[in-house]
Design a binder for this molecule. Structure first.
Ligand SMILES: [Ca+2]
Length: 241
């Protein structure tokens, strides 16, 4: 009788222990599930915060553009040029204005007098302006960074009793020519009469454009005048559109 009682008691204790262990396993599974769900929620909240920040920035930009247009009484730059918003949203106003304007220009002149032979390129060796580095003052060659319509102008002065014809060369072809012809007589003036030409032309990207001597008229070299006291011989260009 006593042994039977001990056996039942031991069986009961063993049965209860097994139940408690199972309960712990279930609780642990629940905790793991809650932990995973919590991590997912944190991740989703971070994503939503990023989206809200982007939307706030976008609204501020639109508000700024609208106010700018209202203040000026005109459409915004993007509206005027009908540029898709995605093309300019990453630029500030200042940079955007520069990037969309055809702000490409150079201006160069000769630092001193020099005698040139036929077909010799005139290197305007002082560049006063070249904001996108499209002119090389060492060889006198202009190369457009993008295709477009460009304006060119050049001025050449010849000494008294001489003349010199100069031409604009674009892609190996003459695109404009002028003759700088000084006075035949110095009786009433200095004998310096610089000539200026203007050419508007479609130029493809990286095309070589330069000013060279077409002919000197005498067979010998002809002088191009340029100094800071009387006259500068110059070469300039800019993109029109
Ligand atoms: Ca340059």
């Amino acid at each position: 009788m006593y042994l039977a009682y001990v056996f039942v008691l031991a069986f009961g204790i063993s049965f209860c222990s097994a139940n408690i262990e199972g309960l712990f396993l279930e609780l642990e599974a629940v905790v793991q599930s809650q932990f995973a769900e919590n991590e997912n929620m944190k991740s989703r909240v971070a994503e939503l915060e990023g989206e809200v920040t982007a939307l706030v920035a976008e609204n501020l930009e639109e508000e700024h553009e609208t106010k700018s247009g209202e203040l000026k009484g005109v459409k915004t730059v993007a509206e005027r040029r009908e540029i898709p918003k995605s093309d300019h949203s990453s630029f500030s106003g200042h940079l955007f204005t520069r990037a969309t304007g055809n702000s490409r220009a150079f201006h160069a002149y000769r630092s001193q007098n020099r005698c040139y032979n036929n077909y010799e390129t005139i290197e305007f060796d002082v560049q006063a302006l070249d904001n996108v580095d499209m002119y090389n003052q060492r060889d006198g060659i202009f190369e457009p960074p993008v295709s477009g319509v460009y304006v060119f102008t050049w001025t050449v002065a010849a000494p008294v009793h001489t003349h010199i014809a100069t031409e604009l060369v674009i892609a190996g072809r003459m695109a404009g020519v002028i003759t700088s012809d000084s006075d035949a007589s110095q009786s009433s003036g200095s004998g310096t009469h610089p000539a200026t030409a203007v050419v508007v032309a479609q130029v493809n990207v990286s095309t070589h454009c330069y000013i060279r001597v077409r002919h000197t008229g005498s067979g010998d070299c002809a002088w191009v005048l340029s100094d800071d006291n009387k006259v500068r011989s110059t070469f300039s260009g800019w993109q029109l559109f």
